[in-house]
Design a protein around this ligand. Sequence first.
Ligand SMILES: [Fe+2]
Length: 295
Amino acid sequence: MVSVLIILGSIIMVGNIIAYIRFIRTSNDVMLSGKRGEPLWAKVGLILLIFFLVGYLGVVIFGDPDYLIADILFFGAIFVSLALSLMYYLVDSLKDRSLELTETLIGVIEARDSNLNGHSRNVQKLCMCLYKYLPSNMKEGISPVSFEYAALLHDVGKLGVPEAILNKPGKLDPEEWEVMKQHPKIAMNLLKSLPSFDEVKDWILYHHERIDGKGYYGVPGEKIPMAAKIISVCDTYSAITMKRSYKGKRSHEEAIEIIKDVAGTQLDAELVKIFLSIPKEELEACTPESIDYNQ
Ligand SMILES: [Fe+2]
């Protein structure tokens, strides 16, 4: 019985360590550190867990464990497991609630603008859908949590654009375009007080850049972050399929044709290829209820 408790306790502790390593590897998103690499607290936690396991095995190998020692070690491993589970649950719940709050905030902001209503949430859902289809080399360095926030907040800078320009029924004149083109930079200013968004800011800043370098700020294709290129593909699809004050909505098929035409010039050709492989139903399911397709 002593041996069974010791073996089970060891297996649980190894499982705890593996789960903990997986947790801290995904802790560099905007809701935690927002930085690459594991934070100091995470490394200390890992050392303590390994110390626990080594001490455990030390007692088994060099000591003469009785029932009491085996119980302490076994239930200690169970306790660590429960504590870690509670931590994962709380962190996940906090992330979910934070995202819901941000979605609500964006919904309130967009409600003032008939051209934006539901657009950010549509881009958010399209981005997470496309992200799911990307090969791992294209997702490298893009935390899904951070990416979801970047997609949701990509147009938050439109808060600084006058409503007369946002809701203009016709095409914008050159001066108005210059004001509109400031919205990614305005977003930078709005997010500058959030250090965990440091990396994400560039994903938002460059979401109107083009592969051929003819985007808002003329950034060449190779300098545009992959996350910004993904947002750009989804933003384009969403803009085409939504009704706006200066144009009607277009069908999925029309949007696909337009996106194909701009692959390699405006949009990343590889990303477009992957986007086109997503079934129509999945893309249309990304439309939030607030967008009325029958308008
Ligand atoms: Fe935008």
